[in-house]
Each structure stands twice: as structure tokens, then as C-alpha cells.
Design a protein. Structure first.
Lengths: 287, 330
């Protein structure tokens, strides 16, 4: 029996080297994540206390800078409103693409432009809402609901694309079964297709919500910055990303400290959303 | 007539639904179609409004003049976006040079080399990078990364001053740090799309290479990389699109100096950063505002262009298999 000639030393060393290089680069990719989380916790946890979450920023130049209550509240309210706008429209468009449009020309055009929207930088969306709603003074200038509209534009393509992927996974046999039993199209859509795709739709929507929660640029031009907690959607409203952005640009240590605390809060919020999204996805029967 | 009663009627069969019940289907269909059409209308409206609002700036400085004039001076009301365009290109180039090789290596490691059980955790860790908000990257970049890396950058700047765009003093907020932060931010999407494309490489090709005696690396080089080249280029272009549009993190770490950066370690400005940074002062000045909106339009057109190329490559690579990894769809 003949044995194969051994792999030459040069090839073996190249193989070893390239494999180690890829391992090292993978580690390099993960290092920033660990560093960011480390610094967030180290710097941020110091800012956390009961007052931090229950007081508004004071805006005083000296003394107590206050907490981030208004920012947390604003982020929750504006992102919730944005979700109420973006998720129904997004799922609706995805339903159109999967149930009616399919591979038709119009559906292809819509799909292309949804992709276009995905690529539009968030700052441009902010600018757009600023031009259309703020400059024209539709119900005052800066307002929380305008911030929500800007965020919803950002979420829309994410919701459409992820919903479309999930709706496509619903087996045609389910639709055909329901139609064969005499169910009308709308009943098939609402009673068969949507319920079977629900976990996936929730996952996609939650990921869109998580993305919107961290966005700063669109809010900068639309909801603007304010210190106090605001319940009126037609007024300026604070938000976590804007609070951080404002505090970072200050040269004062105690404001930077608050920025770290707010950043930790924001990241925890976003991570919880992503985690819930993954858990829902895992329970899904499809895929 | 009551629904459900068994009285037969001449003009309608028993099994047929009432006209009202039948109306539901077209209503659903046309409502959903209208929603889809709404997106097209929105984008058209979007473009037209941006253009109308930017028109004063283009009228004053000319289309070519606005983009290529190297002078952005707010106090003299002269708006030439060239320093911003150059800043955008330099930082994006740095982001691609650093980010793309790391992203490809990560994708290769996860899809071809890593032990099966460690794959999913690695994927999740890399995707978590995408969950960190832009403003948090900015905060970390300016307060931790920029000061810590300053000595290393200064050493590099002194040692390699013969290279173009290197040399001279290193300022703490600078283009390189902005590029580095962008590299971290584009890593997850480039890696995810590359990985997606690599999974489409037929295992026959890989097994054939191994059966012919190739080592793991030779298999990657001969079977995986050639097959997924188009997709990887597309992924890199998508990353470029992201980098160009990145706003808040860059605004925080780039220093916001409206001049063409002399070296990669000087302060700069990008199209996106100028909008976020100067928008407050521009509210009362129509020319300035028009100039910022024009900058937004240039940014918009630039990202459209880059993304169109990216989609072309990615779609070609995936050939019919139309799915973007979950959570990466944005």
C-alpha cells in the first residue's frame, strides 16, 4: 500500500498561518464589543442611582446636573408611537408583496424602493421631516410626534423586509387548505397567514424598534432637546440618544458622567429588546 | 334576506357569498396595494422636496461649484462642499480598509473553520456590535478610544511620515478615529452578508478541493473565495453605504473642522456630520440651511449610487435566494 506524500512544509505553514490569522481577526472583531461593554459598565454604573432615574436634567451650569427621567420617558413614548405607525404599514406592505404582488412588475418596483429606503442615511430622513413638517410649521415647530414620524420612516424598510422573509416561510399548503375549505382571501390572510407568521413578525418588529431606539440624527431635527418631562406630543421631547449627544459635547465631567449612565441605560434597553426578539424567534415554528 | 336561511333564490347559488362579503377581498387587496404605492409616492415626494429646498444653494453656487469648491465658510456665507466630500471619502476609505478584511476573516472563520458548537455564539457576538447605538460609539470613541490611541497614532505618524496623508501632529478628534469607529460599525453587516454568501458555496466544490489534497486554507482560497467574490464585493459596498451615511458617531469624533484634512490624523468633517452639527445655527439663515439640505441631497445621491451597485453584486451572488439575515435587514 502506498502512502500519499506528506503535505509540503511550506503549504502546511501557510495553512497554519492563515487559519491562525483568521482566528486572530475574529477575536479582533469581538474585542471592541467587550471594550465598549466594559467601559459602559465601569463608567455608567457610577452614575446610576435612584435619583438618576427619577429626576429631570436641570440644565444648571453648576451644581446637580439632574437625572435622565425625561429622556427615558421620551424615548419610550416616541419609539412606541413610531412603532404604531411603522409596524402596521410595514406588515401591510409585506403582505401585499407576498400575497398579492408576488413577482409582478409593481411588486418588484416596490421591493427595489424599500431597499433604497434601507440605504438612506438616518440623517437624511431627519432632514426630510424637518423640511416637510418643522419648517412649514405644521402644528408648531419641533414636536415629539414629528420625531416619531422620522423614526417610523427609518423602521419601515426594516419591518417590510423582515416581515416579507417570514411571510414567505408560511407554507402554501396552509393557504391552499384554507382556500379549499371555502375561506375568502381576507380570512386566509388574517386567520391563517398572519397567525402562523406571528412570532417572526414580532422578532422583525422588535429588531426595528431596537434600531429606532438608538437613533439620534432623526430626532435632532424633529423632536429637538428639552430638559423637562413632556407629556404633550406636540411639544419638544427629550430622548436618551439626544441627551447623550448633548452631554458628550459639554466639557464638564459630571455631564459626561451622566452621558455614560444614559448610554448604559440605552444599551441595556436595546439589548433587552434584541434578546426578547431572539427568544420569540426561537419559539417560532417556522424556520 | 337573512344569511344562513335556506331559502333558495333564483339569481344566486346557495354557496355564493353575499355581495358585501365578497367586497372584503378586493378591499384588502387594494388597501395593501395602496400601502405599497404609498412607499413609492413617499420616496418621490422625498426626493422632490429635498431638491426644491436645496435649489437656492445650487442656484447660488452651481451644481459643480457646490460639490467641488474647496471653501466652506459659514461666516462669509460661502458654501463649497469639497472639504466635506473629501472627509467623507477619506473616513469611509479608512473604514473599508480596516473593517472589510476583518469582516471577511470573521465570516470565513465562522463558516469554515470554527468548531460547530462555537459558531452560533460567535455570530451573535458579532451581531451585537450592530445593536450598539451610534451615539454610544461616539461617546466611547471620543472619551476612551481617541485619547488611548493618541500615542500610538503619534508614533505611527512620526515613523511613517513618508507615506501620503500621514505625518505631522495628531489631534485627538481626527479622521482616523472616525474611520476606525465606522469600521467597527460596518463590521456586522459586511460579515453577515459575506457569511450568507459563503453558505451558498456548494459543498461539492469544497469537498472536491479537500479530496484533491488541498489544505483548509487552500480549499478556502480555491473553492470558497472565488465563488463568493461578487457577494463579498456587494457586502463591502453595503458597508461603504453605511459608512458614508454614518452621522452621530462621526460628528462626535471627527473634530468638525471644515477643511480638506492634511493627514488622516487631522480634524475633518463629513457631509453627514455637517448637517447634524450646523443645523442649529442654520435655522435662521436660509442660504446656510439650503446649503445643508444640498449637502444632504449629495449624501442621498451618493448612498443611492453605492447601494445600487451593492444590491447588484449581492443579488447576483445569491441568485434567486432572496433573504437577508434576520436583524441585518436594515
Amino acid at each position: 500500500m502506498t502512502t500519499l506524500p506528506a503535505v509540503s512544509a511550506r503549504r502546511r505553514i501557510t495553512d497554519r498561518f492563515m487559519r491562525s490569522l483568521m482566528l486572530v481577526l475574529t477575536i479582533v472583531a469581538i474585542v471592541p464589543l467587550i471594550l465598549i461593554l466594559y467601559y459602559l459598565i465601569r463608567e455608567g454604573i457610577g452614575a446610576w442611582n435612584a435619583d438618576f432615574f427619577t429626576t429631570d436634567p436641570t440644565g444648571r451650569f453648576l451644581g446637580d446636573p439632574g437625572g435622565i427621567k425625561s429622556a427615558i420617558w421620551g424615548t419610550i413614548v416616541m419609539v412606541a408611537l413610531a412603532s404604531l405607525i411603522a409596524i402596521p404599514i410595514g406588515v401591510g406592505v409585506a403582505l401585499y408583496l407576498v400575497e398579492f404582488g408576488k413577482q409582478g412588475t409593481f411588486a418588484k418596483i416596490v421591493r427595489y424602493f424599500v431597499d433604497v429606503m434601507t440605504g438612506v442615511p438616518s440623517v437624511v430622513f431627519g432632514l426630510f421631516i424637518y423640511i416637510v413638517l418643522v419648517v412649514t410649521k405644521v402644528g408648531g415647530t419641533f414636536a415629539a410626534w414629528k420625531g416619531s414620524v422620522a423614526l417610523s420612516l427609518l423602521m419601515l424598510p426594516v419591518v417590510v423586509r423582515s416581515s416579507e422573509v417570514v411571510l414567505n416561510l408560511v407554507p402554501d399548503s396552509l393557504r391552499e387548505g384554507a382556500l379549499a375549505l371555502g375561506a375568502p382571501r381576507w380570512r386566509v390572510t388574517f386567520r391563517v397567514v398572519l397567525p402562523s407568521a406571528l412570532p417572526g413578525l414580532v422578532t422583525g418588529s422588535l429588531l426595528a424598534v431596537a434600531r429606532a431606539a438608538g437613533e439620534t440624527a432623526p430626532l435632532l431635527f424633529t423632536a429637538a432637546f428639552v430638559f423637562g418631562t413632556q407629556f404633550d406630543l406636540s411639544q419638544r421631547m427629550n430622548s436618551l440618544p439626544l441627551q447623550i449627544f448633548n452631554d458628550v459635547s459639554q466639557a464638564q465631567d459630571r455631564l459626561v458622567q451622566r452621558a455614560w449612565g444614559a448610554a448604559l441605560t440605552l444599551v441595556v434597553l436595546v439589548l433587552i429588546l434584541s434578546l426578547v426578539a431572539r427568544l420569540v424567534q426561537r419559539r417560532s415554528r417556522l424556520a | 334576506m337573512e344569511a344562513g336561511t335556506m331559502t333558495p333564490r333564483a339569481d344566486r347559488s346557495l354557496l355564493e357569498r353575499s355581495p358585501r362579503a365578497r367586497a372584503a377581498d378586493p378591499i384588502l387587496r387594494w388597501t395593501l396595494t395602496a400601502l405599497a404605492a404609498l412607499i413609492l409616492v413617499l420616496i418621490a415626494f422625498f426626493f422632490v422636496r429635498l431638491f426644491i429646498e436645496a435649489k437656492p444653494a445650487f442656484d447660488k453656487f452651481g451644481y459643480v461649484g457646490f460639490v467641488f469648491n474647496n471653501n466652506w465658510d459659514v461666516s462669509k456665507e460661502i458654501f463649497g462642499a469639497w472639504p466635506l466630500v473629501v472627509g467623507t471619502l477619506i473616513t469611509s476609505a479608512i473604514a473599508l480598509i480596516i473593517g472589510v478584511p476583518v469582516a471577511i476573516a470573521t465570516a470565513l472563520f465562522v463558516s469554515e473553520l470554527a468548531p460547530r458548537r462555537s459558531r452560533q455564539p460567535l455570530v451573535i457576538l458579532v451581531e451585537l456590535l450592530a445593536a450598539v447605538p451610534s451615539v454610544v460609539y461616539g461617546l466611547w470613541g471620543i472619551k476612551v478610544l481617541a485619547p488611548k490611541l493618541q500615542p500610538a497614532q503619534q508614533w505611527f505618524s512620526d515613523t511613517f511620515s513618508f507615506l501620503p496623508l500621514v505625518g505631522g501632529p495628531v489631534s485627538i478628534p481626527n479622521c482616523f478615529i472616525a474611520g476606525l469607529i465606522m469600521a467597527i460599525m460596518i463590521l456586522p453587516i459586511v460579515s453577515a452578508i459575506s457569511r450568507e454568501v459563503m453558505t451558498t458555496v456548494p459543498s461539492e466544490n469544497k469537498e472536491a478541493a479537500l479530496a484533491l489534497g488541498a489544505t483548509r486554507w487552500e480549499m478556502i482560497r480555491m473553492a470558497v473565495l472565488p465563488y463568493s467574490r461578487a457577494g463579498i464585493s456587494g457586502a463591502a459596498m453595503l458597508g461603504l453605504g453605511r459608512a458614508i451615511g454614518e452621522t452621530i458617531a462621526v460628528t462626535i469624533v471627527i473634530g468638525n473642522a471644515p477643511q480638506v484634512p492634511e493627514t488622516i490624523f487631522s480634524q475633518g468633517y463629513t457631509l453627514a456630520a455637517v448637517i447634524a452639527n450646523e443645523f442649529g445655527e442654520a435655522a435662521s439663515d436660509p442660504t446656510h440651511r439650503a446649503a445643508l439640505i444640498a449637502a444632504g441631497l449629495v449624501l442621498f445621491v451618493l448612498t443611492l449610487f453605492v447601494n445600487a451597485i451593492a444590491r447588484y453584486y449581492v443579488n447576483r451572488a445569491q441568485r434567486g435566494q432572496r433573504s437577508v439575515p434576520q436583524g441585518m435587514a436594515g
